[in-house]
Design a binder for this molecule. Structure first.
Ligand code: HEM
Length: 341
């Protein structure tokens, strides 16, 4: 019979707690804060691992063609996305701990790390790719993998070549079952009326929004061909806007939570990027990073460019006041309620 499980063995603490080897100790120039620096990076990487665990399961569910808005699996997707949001919040706050290290404390060991850098965190880049950040959208395209090992580049390229969360969300929105049938969408019934109301809501200086409305919701149909710059198709955008507008109906609550969680993920990732960037500025000023980039300038450009779900955030520009919303056909109202008779 196997012996009793012990806490120490279950968690493999002998490995984890012996995995901190400060370079300053190796070089006989002990720098007190290097332990914090190592532990905080290791903690980040463990949380990145957990984020991968969550997103892999989400992608797996969303790849199933049968997943619809009534399925219990949608609940699982939303639950796990929300967990990712909470983990990301913790990652943002962890910067507080690192900021107890002063620039002079960091200088005690900084040169010993070169050319290692958080920039080589392949787990971070792989996560961005799984969420939907495309190679073409990255800032510093060649640079972003130049410091990685061949096997790590392969991991990221593989993630980039597979269907991302953003692409799967697009497909899920496109197959939203209710809207086209009941809204007379083929004849433009609902959307023509909505467009008129949206137009009425615009201030004089916002008049150009109407051409964006037409492009986003009624532009050429497919993504990737005539609209290479967009990830969401017009049909997917109409479904997403519909969910945002009528989220009060029971059937649309989970879909709304899903879209909301994606925006939260972007917001937390962005908060992390900005806090990291400001910490870097405070720590090394305008000096180049240990990974050889321009330091703060690189991080600022990446932060500005790497929003993944920006097309969903943009849809909020096309909302109108709740009391001005078109009343839905009663058949559709029934379908969106608890009782589908
Ligand atoms: C004293 C603390 C830190 C400093 C001074 C610092 C500095 C930098 C700099 C200058 C870069 C740009 C690339 C380069 O030239 O090296 C960078 C990138 C990066 N760092 Fe840090 N960093 C610190 C802590 C952390 C921590 C705790 C993490 C957690 C994993 C982290 C993760 C990253 C990541 C993921 C990138 C790539 C960002 C991107 O490409 O968008 N850094 N860091």
């Amino acid at each position: 019979m196997a012996g009793e499980m012990h806490y120490n063995d279950y968690l493999q603490l002998d490995k984890i707690l012996n995995a901190q080897t400060p370079e300053s100790i190796q070089q006989n120039l002990p720098a007190h804060d290097e332990m914090l620096f190592i532990i905080i990076h290791q903690t980040y990487e463990l949380w990145f691992k957990q984020l991968h665990h969550e997103i892999d399961s989400i992608l797996h569910i969303m790849k199933k063609p049968a997943m619809n808005d009534n399925s219990p699996e949608l609940q699982t997707v939303v639950h796990r996305l929300n967990r990712m949001v909470i983990v990301l919040r913790v990652l943002v706050h962890q910067i507080d701990i690192l900021e107890t290290m002063t620039p002079m404390d960091f200088l005690d060991f900084r040169d010993m790390l070169r050319p290692a850098s958080g920039f080589q965190s392949w787990q971070f880049k792989e996560l961005e790719a799984k969420l939907g950040l495309k190679y073409e959208s990255r800032y510093g395209q060649e640079y972003y993998i130049s410091k990685l090992r061949a096997e790590q580049i392969e991991i990221i390229k593989k993630a980039e070549s597979e269907r991302s969360l953003l692409e799967l969300v697009n497909a899920w929105l496109e197959r939203m079952p209710l809207a086209p049938v009941y809204l007379g969408e083929e004849n433009g019934n609902f959307w023509n009326g909505y467009r008129d109301r949206y137009q009425d809501s615009l201030a004089e200086v916002e008049r150009d929004n109407l051409s964006s409305f037409d492009e986003i919701f009624f532009g050429d149909n497919e993504t990737g061909t005539t609209r290479p710059h967009r990830s969401l198709s017009p049909g997917a955008c109409r479904a997403a806007l519909f969910i945002m507008l009528y989220r009060g109906y029971p059937l649309l609550q989970l879909p709304f939570q899903l879209l909301n969680a994606l925006l939260e993920i972007d917001e937390q990732l962005s908060s992390w990027r900005y806090r990291h960037m400001n910490m870097v500025h405070r720590m090394i000023g305008t000096r180049i990073g240990t990974g050889g980039s321009s330091g703060k300038d690189y991080l600022k450009a990446a932060a500005d460019r790497h929003y993944i779900f920006k097309e969903i955030a943009q849809l909020n520009s096309f909302l109108i006041e709740r009391r001005k919303l078109p009343v839905l056909p009663s058949e559709l109202e029934k379908r969106l309620g608890f009782v589908a008779s």
